[in-house]
Design a protein around this ligand. Sequence first.
Ligand SMILES: Cc1cc2nc3c(=O)[nH]c(=O)nc-3n(C[C@H](O)[C@H](O)[C@H](O)COP(=O)(O)OP(=O)(O)OC[C@H]3O[C@@H](n4cnc5c(N)ncnc54)[C@H](O)[C@@H]3O)c2cc1C
Length: 284
Amino acid sequence: MNDLTYIKPQNLQEALAELSKKNEATYILAGGTDILISLKEGNIKPQYLLDISELSEIKGIKQEGEYLVFGAATTMQSIAESPIVKEKLPCLVSAAIQMASPQIRVRATIAGNLVTGSPIADTVPMFRALDTVLEIQGTGKKREVKLDDFILGYRKVDLAAGEMVTAFKVPLLKANQKANFIKVGRRNALAISVLNMAVKLTFAADKTVESARVVLGGVAATSVRAKNLEAFLTGKKMTEEVVLEAGNVVLQDATPIGDIRATAEGRKVLLSSRMVRLLEEFIN
Ligand SMILES: Cc1cc2nc3c(=O)[nH]c(=O)nc-3n(C[C@H](O)[C@H](O)[C@H](O)COP(=O)(O)OP(=O)(O)OC[C@H]3O[C@@H](n4cnc5c(N)ncnc54)[C@H](O)[C@@H]3O)c2cc1C
């Protein structure tokens, strides 16, 4: 702890320059709700902490064509309260508001929720189901990567030393698309998820499902696409029978483990029943 230097850059360019100079020894500090705990518990030993929480270039939400673009340091509370998100992507409000408590949400950022690679991070399934693209910057270089490809494994993401996530580009929902998120915790507030899940469906003119994106958190080492369920829903009308059967099909997509929050068997029962509840909203 004695050797730790705190750095607060004035702008993004300065932040990227600091990151590239100091490389692996530097840890990014955004809201601090994860990293400060890891630091206190001695799980990480950075030499430099680079505070990006107030960089205006990576905060805020704006519409660019067919996308809503979220600065990576946008907080959960800003999403929950944003009129444009409420209008264009209300499913993200639903995900943000179910995360932690108001005290955490005013600090916690979307990039911070993602970069730790936790399989139960609450906003990841919804951003994934929406087919989000991440913007990543290092000094002198910028790249884009789909969130589906960014998550590599348990607590592993596609981010090199010297790089930071700068924005989330989320396609707007079209008139024939619907999406939502559900979290299952052991209590209503301040609960780490036992499971979480997000669905986005695109409907054809005859109301059959043209395409489906379903993402599950808490059922494997990373959040996962429920490919069997996606295939099952495609081409079907969302009826009560289909939704009930979907509750069985989703179990083919999950290999949950038991831990302090739920047994593996308990997770399966919850996954099936909560998926049915989530999909009931899509019956038309
Ligand atoms: C009491 C409590 C309750 C919680 N409840 C929940 C919950 O219900 N659901 C949930 O999902 N999480 C929960 N969390 C975890 C945490 O709040 C979230 O994961 C949060 O979104 C982390 O964001 P942050 O800005 O605080 O990240 P930080 O702690 O600042 O950073 C987390 C990690 O991301 C890296 N990082 C941050 N920003 C960037 C960037 N732009 N580019 C590259 N790397 C970056 C940091 O270097 C660090 O490794 C809880 C935490 C606490 C303390």
